[in-house]
Design a protein around this ligand. Structure first.
Ligand code: ADP
Ligand code: MG
Length: 610
């Protein structure tokens, strides 16, 4: 129930929808019930049950103005008395049509309001989920979670809105309708109604048994669906590799297994969901038949004061009684998937980023001294990746991180923009623990270029100006020149306005990387982090990119991870990292002299004819 109300709270301000909805629904229920009760005078008039009677005109004062039945009876009798049966029938029919029109008008209005509420809720839920996802720390986004998030935003929000607003309708409208019908039934015959209502709890129990397991199945179905989405995402983004490795069969089987699992669950769910409807239909017809037998017996044997016309109207209304009752039952069977989806979405909305700014975090605007790692350790789960690392990055220097793959170089670099935080030790920025610095302001001082260039399906201009407004074409061009990208950009069809395709697929690796560098240049941060920025490239474009990088690093503090050691020989400090431990540190010549791991790595690369 708590989930339900929280989901509903996304429909703020709820009064804006609720009040007009309630008014329209009350009017709809009133008129639709009136239409059925009008059957009695209709049949009576038809079978000429009205005699020439005198009825008193209801007095026009006080509450009795609302005595619609009194007024109706009065006019009906008036028509019978003065104009005869045919005119009376016309009168009843006109009243009926008016009631039908009004009833349906209000139903339409109520539905419109509900639809607006639904769309409004959906908008807000999606906004809240996406907003929160963007705030989460980097570690949250591993692969299986990606499918999960995609499925939640794309699919489950939809499920929620249908079942939650669907039940909203049911919670209010159907009970009201039910009550209105019951009032009409009691008005016609108290005894008959009491007897027939005895059957209702029995029907309710049977339905409840059917829908019982639906919720756990709904959760399983949604988990399975999010797996499907993540497989799909992986398959589409890795299609080239999949084909190259002839792995289409493997990938297809994996997708298919999940697909089959998902289908099985939904099949079993729909079996139950669909069962609810025929079962309640059979139950209701059975009930009606019993009422026909019981009431019919009394009418035939003149044992009750129930007249034939009233009895027919009674059965008419009673058969309608089942509709709201059924709708309530049906919505119980769908609310389960809605609530299950709702809980998952709320889980995502409630997910707190593991790395947040402390309350008294300060803003930093420039970099003046040094960044230091002091006794920093870090572990992924149980695996220690960095062990007691001490490192200083003085302003204006270039520091290179080298060492065997898997040694923790990228992990160390991720510490600086606070993508991850040390499990012990601390990182300081100009002497200040970065925990106490506003992350946004810290990141705005740091530029980042890594092995894969992350580009977006947009124009070259927008990819370079990424996330910034008021950037002039001149600034973008200047950045592109520094990044050695201007010439090839001018050779594309539309220059800076060329769209580069999904993730930059229309560009070569070296070109993509130079666009990434231009982006970093435009940002003009005092600190640059380069993680194997050239290792995905061929020798020729590597040279172009390396020149671009050298331009980029001028007058900046930089931390460079490079695969090819020849590119970092001129770095001010070279740090050798092995298994998360700093094993050597110094200039190129010092380290060669030292004759340790660095020397070994250099020898290995020269031996390989580098
Ligand atoms: P390097 O950049 O020096 O090659 P990394 O810093 O990327 O090394 O990785 C160091 C170690 O941490 C590796 O053994 C790697 O398997 C592990 N690792 C890296 N990222 C993750 C992650 N997200 N979850 C778990 N382990 C990771
Ligand atoms: Mg790495």
């Amino acid at each position: 129930m708590k989930t339900y109300f929280r989901l509903l709270s996304f429909a703020k301000p709820i009064e804006k929808f609720a009040i007009p909805y309630v008014i329209c629904t009350i009017l709809y229920v009133f008129f639709s019930t009136a239409v059925l009760t009008l059957l009695i005078p209709l049949l009576d008039t038809l079978f000429n049950a009205h005699s020439q009677n005198t009825v008193v005109k209801p007095s026009g004062s006080g509450l009795s103005v609302l005595n619609l039945k009194g007024w109706f009876d009065y006019y009906l009798q008036y028509f019978v008395n003065s104009k005869g049966q045919w005119a009376a029938l016309q009168f009843v029919c006109v009243v009926m049509i008016v009631a039908v029109i009004l009833g349906n008008l209000f139903r339409y209005l109520a539905q419109r309001i509900m639809e607006n509420l639904r769309i409004h809720t959906l908008l807000n839920i999606r906004r809240a989920v996406f907003g929160n996802v963007m705030r989460l720390h980097l570690g949250f986004f591993n692969n299986e979670r990606k499918g999960d998030i995609l499925s939640k935003i794309a699919n489950e929000v939809q499920v929620v809105q249908y079942s939650v607003t669907g039940t909203l309708q049911v919670i209010f409208k159907e009970p009201l309708q039910l009550i209105a019908f019951l009032i009409a039934l009691f008005a016609i015959s108290v005894k008959l109604t009491l007897i027939s209502l005895l059957v209702v709890p029995v029907a309710g129990l049977i339905i409840a048994r059917i829908v019982k397991r639906l919720k756990s199945q709904a959760i399983a179905a949604q988990n399975s669906y999010s797996n499907l989405v993540s497989y799909l995402d992986e398959a589409l983004s890795g299609i080239k590799i999949i084909k190259a490795f002839n792995a289409t069969g493997f990938i297809t089987t994996r997708f298919d297994e999940e697909n089959v699992r998902y289908s099985k669950i939904t099949k079993s769910m729909s079996k139950r969901q669909q069962l609810a409807s025929p079962v309640s239909e059979v139950l209701s017809i059975t009930m009606i038949t019993f009422i026909v037998l019981y009431g019919g017996y009394q009418v035939i044997h003149n044992q009750s004061d129930l007249k034939a016309a009233q009895f027919i109207a009674y059965i008419g209304i009673f058969s309608q009684l089942m509709r709201p009752a059924k709708a309530i039952g049906d919505s119980f069977s769908t609310i389960h998937s809605g609530l299950a989806a709702g809980e998952r979405i709320l889980g995502l909305i409630d997910e707190k980023p593991a790395i947040t700014d402390s309350a008294n975090a300060v803003e930093v605007n420039d970099f003046s001294d040094a960044i230091r790692l002091e006794n920093v350790s870090f572990a992924y789960g149980d695996r220690e990746v960095l062990k007691n690392v001490n490192l200083t990055l003085p302003k204006g220097k270039s520091i290179a991180l080298v060492g065997p793959s898997g040694g923790g170089k990228s992990t160390l670099m991720d510490m600086l923009p606070r993508f991850i935080q040390p499990s012990s030790g601390r990182v300081t920025f100009d002497g200040q623990d970065i925990k106490n610095i506003k992350t946004d302001s810290l990141r705005s001082l740091i530029g980042f270029v890594n092995q894969e260039s992350i580009l977006f399906n947009d124009t070259i201009f927008n990819n370079i100006a990424f996330g910034k407004s008021n950037v002039t074409p001149e600034q973008v061009e200047a950045a592109a020149r520094i990044a050695n990208a201007h010439n090839f950009i001018m050779e594309t069809d539309n220059g800076y306005n060329t769209n580069i395709g999904d993730r930059g697929s229309k560009l070569s690796g070296g070109q993509k990387q130079r666009i990434s560098i231009a982006r970093a240049v435009l940002n003009n941060p005092p600190i640059m982090l380069l993680d194997e920025a050239t290792s995905a490239l061929d020798t020729e474009s590597e040279k172009l990119v390396q020149d671009a990088l050298n331009n980029l690093m001028k007058n900046r503090t930089s931390l460079i991870i490079a695969h090819r050691l020849s590119t970092i020989q001129n770095a001010d400090i070279i740090v050798v990292l092995e298994d998360g431990v700093v094993v050597e540190q110094g200039s190129h010549l010092e380290l060669i002299e030292h004759n340790g791991l660095y020397r070994k790595l250099i020898d290995m690369q020269t031996f390989n004819a580098d």
